[in-house]
Design a protein around this ligand. Structure first.
Ligand code: NI
Length: 132
């Protein structure tokens, strides 16, 4: 982990792959991850952890299926934060593309503990090092 300051714009500029989170730094046992996204992710849920989103650029939609209630979608714009509660099925998507920051326990799998069949453009990962 770097002991120097990390510039998020420079970090984002080093990423080509979509839906491929990079670990920027760690805080106690949490990762700060960034990702570039476009199109649809996959429906999934994290049984044991909430998931924090901050939109750095663009717009991110998060479709949610809370237990026993109707599906709804929240739209996040640059500077918006949102937390998906543990156990709630969700599917991030971005029609025009977005850059996002995630804050979640180290080891959290991006596709959750349960997920729909993975399309070819999505891989399950706990995040890669920024320079990896
Ligand atoms: Ni998630």
């Amino acid at each position: 982990m770097s002991t120097d300051p990390i510039n998020l714009d420079a970090a984002l500029a080093s990423i080509d792959a979509l839906w491929s989170p990079r670990i920027v730094t760690q805080v106690n046992d949490y990762d700060v991850r960034i990702a570039k996204v476009a199109g649809d992710f996959v429906w999934h849920s994290h049984e044991d952890t909430d998931e924090f989103f901050l939109v750095l650029d663009g717009e991110l939609d998060i479709a949610l299926r809370p237990d026993g209630t109707a599906e709804r979608t929240v739209r996040l714009s640059r500077g918006d934060v949102f937390v998906v509660p543990r156990g709630v099925e969700h599917r991030p998507s971005s029609a025009a593309g977005a850059s996002i920051l995630l804050f979640e326990p180290t080891g959290t799998v991006n596709t959750g503990d349960r997920h729909d069949d993975l399309p070819s453009h999505i891989a399950s990962t706990t995040g890669q090092a920024l320079d990896g």
